[in-house]
Ligand binder design. Structure first.
Ligand code: BES
Ligand code: ZN
Length: 620
């Protein structure tokens, strides 16, 4: 070998070594996308496991305790966490106390919490307590519960609220496993998004384990006087005693839903699927906390008519919890896929027509949302740009309904068989990882479109505003019947009494009420309520859309104003209450809205409060 060749050989070896390390580094750098809603720098130092040891103090309405993380780093000299409105007491690295730094407080993001480490540091521990500004937590007094005997605590982590009750690297990309020890008053039971107790114990101490890595927004805790009732060996419900039988009846099909979901997109990855029905101030319909969906009691209708919500939260066990949006700009990957999957589960259990009714309601929601956002067309894109915004404000129903329409259009283009094997493989291949919109688009192009030689305007759907021209048409025969009745009733060729006698399910009634035209002949609206009594509907969904219409039609009969106020005082579900307050606002009744809201606000969770404060232009 000449000197020259030798040198080249050495260079080659050097390059192989250094190029491969470079590649490794770039690989790791690449594995966490830039998330503008977290201060954490997971490419440098990342938490992999959490040991949470906390005490829930119902007197002071705070949580105190310690979060200990097992960490991994690449030559970093510090690890950065997110913290918002927390009191940080002390921090430790491998059990030795170290000084920490808290960054400036941002109203949306909170503060960075920086802790010095070395390359050999293994664990970081943070002792802290929450404050009265802790947005994730809602402490309820006994009066706000079903049984009215004991207080209650619930948490809501999505989107960026986990950092308000646990100092954490609060980006959906930072997946971690956790162990938790939670101490609560002896009369209460604690449950989490983890392996759960099925009975209250004498000590008030509960231990939890989440063995699979999950995103921080999915860490959840509920504390109350709860009981458990099994539906099948792997599904069941938690609720307060006075509710448990009703809840058990309502959700009796849960096991069948899990089976239908597994038949579609592969084995359920989380072993147990339970639902806890919370007090009515819970701000969402449902929240897909792994192993333990949180649900509003407003879906306990008595006739199983609102259970698509359970199908939705179950579907998140794949789209969301298994394959997770990398940042909140990719939120549609969670919700669009979940709505599509929800419809498929409902179709498998209750038939195509039922699913089409649900899809048609979503289609109308989408048209309404696009109309609402006519001045902000950018907000109607699937891929969002929420930098500088509170992600919770920017996440509208576009992700759900346009996301659904995109996937349904895709299904109709490639055929169901190909769509299903594509989705099944997508979930299998990316299980327990996070996904950016761009990575998904590349995967979709390669694995579905190019392979099958199909042309599809993916970029238009994902990166452009509005609804593309090739959108699937959603038709429901049962809604066509409703449209006929609606038009006959409006034209007075059909009496209100006959309208109420129709053998309609909830979706049809919702469709009817929502589509009552703004302009009606005098007395028609009153007569409708006299005959059908929608004002006193016990189904929360019917009540909500009826209240909206009552406001739009300046209707005050049947004690509706009082019933509406009672509803707003009791229910804190954001979608419901914001629909009603918005109707007040749009109909020059801002003062009524403000008067009721001033009384109801203390009953609402912070996420509902934020939305309604903004909407009504108030702050307290
Ligand atoms: N994950 C969402 C709730 C959520 C979204 C919380 C964004 C925080 C930020 C949940 O799966 C959901 O979509 N719930 C819906 C019900 C569903 C049937 C559309 C709700 O709460 O209304
Ligand atoms: Zn959802």
């Amino acid at each position: 070998m000449t000197i020259f060749k030798k040198a080249a050989f050495v260079l080659l070896i050097l390059c192989v070594v250094s190029c491969s390390t470079n590649e490794k580094e770039t690989k790791q750098m690449k594995s966490y996308a830039n998330d503008t809603h977290s201060y954490a720098k997971p490419n440098e130092a990342v938490a992999k496991h959490l040991l949470l040891d906390i005490d829930v103090d119902f007197e002071k309405k705070i949580i105190t305790g310690t979060a200990t993380y097992t960490i991994e780093s690449t030559n970093a000299s510090e690890i950065v966490f997110d913290a918002k409105n927390l009191k940080i007491h002390k921090t430790f690295v491998d059990e030795k106390e170290v000084a920490f730094t808290l960054g400036a407080n941002d109203l949306i993001l909170g503060q960075s919490l920086t802790i010095p480490i070395t390359s050999s540091s293994k664990s970081v521990s943070i002792s802290y307590e929450t404050t009265d500004k802790t947005e994730a937590l809602q402490f309820l007094n006994p009066q706000q519960t079903a049984d009215k005997k004991h207080p209650f605590l619930l948490t809501q982590g999505q989107a960026i609220l986990t950092r308000t009750w646990i100092p954490i690297q609060d980006s959906p990309q930072v997946r971690l496993t956790y162990l938790a020890k939670v101490k609560v008053p002896k009369a209460l039971m604690a449950i989490m998004s983890a392996e759960n107790p099925k009975e209250k114990n004498e000590t008030g101490q509960y231990s939890f384990e989440m063995k699979q890595p999950i995103s921080p927004y999915l860490i959840a805790l509920a504390v109350g006087d709860l009981v458990y009732k099994e539906i099948s060996p792997r599904t069941g419900v938690y609720a307060e005693k006075s509710m448990i039988d009703k809840v058990h009846y309502e959700f009796a099909d849960m096991e069948k839903m899990v089976e239908a979901a597994e038949n579609l997109y592969g084995t359920y990855a989380w072993d147990q699927f339970d639902v806890v029905v919370l007090p009515p101030s819970f701000p969402f319909g449902g929240m897909e906390n792994p192993r333990l969906t949180f649900a509003t009691p407003t879906v306990i209708a008595g006739d199983r008519s609102l259970t698509s919500l359970i199908a939705h939260e179950l579907a998140h066990s794949w789209s969301g919890n298994l394959v997770t949006n990398a940042t909140w700009n990719d939120f549609w990957l969670n919700e669009g896929f979940t709505v599509y999957f929800e419809m498929r589960i409902m179709e498998a259990l209750y038939g195509k027509e039922y699913a089409n009714m649900l899809a048609s309601i979503g289609r109308q929601d989408l048209a309404d949302e696009i109309e609402n956002l006519r001045d902000q067309p950018k907000a109607t894109r699937l891929k969002l740009d929420l930098q500088g915004e509170n992600p919770d404000d920017g996440m509208n129903s576009i992700a759900y309904d346009k996301g659904y329409l995109f996937l349904r259009t895709l299904e109709e283009t490639v055929g169901r068989e190909k769509m299903d094997s594509f989705l099944k493989e997508y979930f299998r291949k990316h299980a327990f990882s996070t996904m950016t919109t761009e990575t998904f688009v590349a995967y979709l192009n390669a694995e579905l479109l190019v392979k099958n030689n199909v042309e599809f305007n993916v970029d238009e759907w994902i990166y452009k505003a509005g609804i593309p021209g090739n959108a699937a048409k959603i038709n429901s025969d049962k809604f066509k019947e409703v449209n006929m009745v609606l038009s006959n009733w409006k034209d007075k060729t059909m009496e209100a009494k006959e309208v109420c006698e129709q053998d309609w399910n909830i979706q049809q009634k919702i469709h009817f009420i929502r589509n009552i035209p703004k302009e009606l002949d005098d007395g028609l609206f009153e007569k409708l309520d006299e005959a059908c009594n929608f004002s006193t509907a016990t189904n929360s969904y019917i009540a909500m859309v009826w209240f909206e219409q009552a406001i739009n039609h300046d209707y005050h009969g049947n004690n509706v104003d009082q019933l509406m106020e009672d509803f707003l005082m009791k229910v804190g579900r954001r979608w419901y209450v914001s629909t009603i307050y918005k109707a007040f606002k749009n109909n020059n009744r801002l003062e009524d809205a403000k008067r009721i809201y001033a009384k109801a606000r203390p009953n609402y969770h912070s996420v509902t409060v934020n939305t309604i404060d903004d909407m009504l232009g108030v702050s307290y």
